[in-house]
Write a protein of this length. Structure first.
Length: 280
């Protein structure tokens, strides 16, 4: 195939010897035709693209410039922290945080959207308590726990949900009753996976924890406004602290009350956590 302005190649044009053209005009010298300006420009572009591509691919943080080559450096920096040893891969019911709450997937229910942040996990369920001196879960038959922090994307609310696994449904039911009788017994964790040790505000209608027994699992979900649970040193609206502030809708409807925001978040996160175990 030829392009306009180029002659039809002769059988000798494709030989490798043409690249080794000799200079000086000797008897055995091969005098090839001079490359056209168009061909020189084309080869210059091709070589430039290959060199640039090789430089990009071999950078120490691939993915920053070419999608599909792995997470970019910015994405790696945003990976939520997970505190605690990973569950045994041989456990078919292991509470693996990426299985139930993938970091890149939003929790969506109704008008609520939330993103998973830090997490804590372990096999000693006493670690999930706000006050580890309590014996609430010590002899409850709890086998493992997973606590996840969730930040609202459109409304200023932080949520913390703990999943407890028990040997059977009866043990889960007893633990759920005990947890309902002691609101705030489980630790509330922040986006950086640190436990919030600040005094919790008195429970108001719509702000109390939501405790659900689902099969042989128990989920405990609670939500707080950023002013009640903020990472030390963070400022409102930052990734390590709170979510953006709520403003009235474009239709002129009044902004939801804090109680409504908290209740909406608690219900959405609780449902998302429990839906994983409905059929177990």
């Amino acid at each position: 195939m030829t392009t306009q302005g180029e002659r039809t190649p002769t059988p000798g044009d494709g030989q490798a010897g043409r690249a080794g053209q000799r200079f000086g005009g000797g008897a055995g010298a091969y005098r090839g035709r001079r490359p056209s300006a168009r061909r020189l420009v084309g080869w210059t572009v091709v070589v430039g693209v290959v060199v640039a591509g090789g430089w990009i691919i071999t950078r120490p943080t691939p993915g920053d410039y070419i999608p599909g080559l792995g997470p970019s450096s910015k994405d790696t920096a945003r990976t939520p922290p997970v505190v605690g040893a990973a569950p045994a891969p041989t456990d078919p019911e292991a509470l693996n945080v990426e299985t139930y709450f993938p970091s890149q997937r939003l929790i969506e229910l109704g008008a609520y959207k939330g993103k998973r942040n830090g997490a804590r996990r372990g096999e000693n369920c006493v670690e999930a308590q706000q006050d580890r001196a309590q014996d609430l879960l010590k002899d409850s038959g709890c086998q493992a726990y997973l606590t996840v922090s969730v930040t609202g994307q459109d409304k200023p609310v932080l949520s913390s949900v703990t999943i407890l696994r028990f040997a059977d449904q009866a043990a889960a039911g007893r633990a759920a009753e005990a947890l309902r009788a002691k609101p705030g017994a489980l630790a509330f964790i922040l986006p950086n996976a640190e436990v919030d040790n600040s005094p919790a505000a008195a429970a108001k209608p719509g702000t109390e924890p939501r405790v659900e027994a689902v099969g042989h699992y128990v989920t405990v979900t609670s939500s707080r406004l950023p002013a009640e649970a903020r990472t030390p040193g963070a400022t409102p609206g930052t990734a390590s602290g709170s979510a953006p502030a709520v403003s009235p809708s474009a239709t002129g409807a009044p902004a939801p009350t804090p109680e409504q925001v908290l209740d909406e978040a608690t219900r959405a996160v609780s449902y998302s956590a429990g839906a994983q175990f409905v059929w177990m």
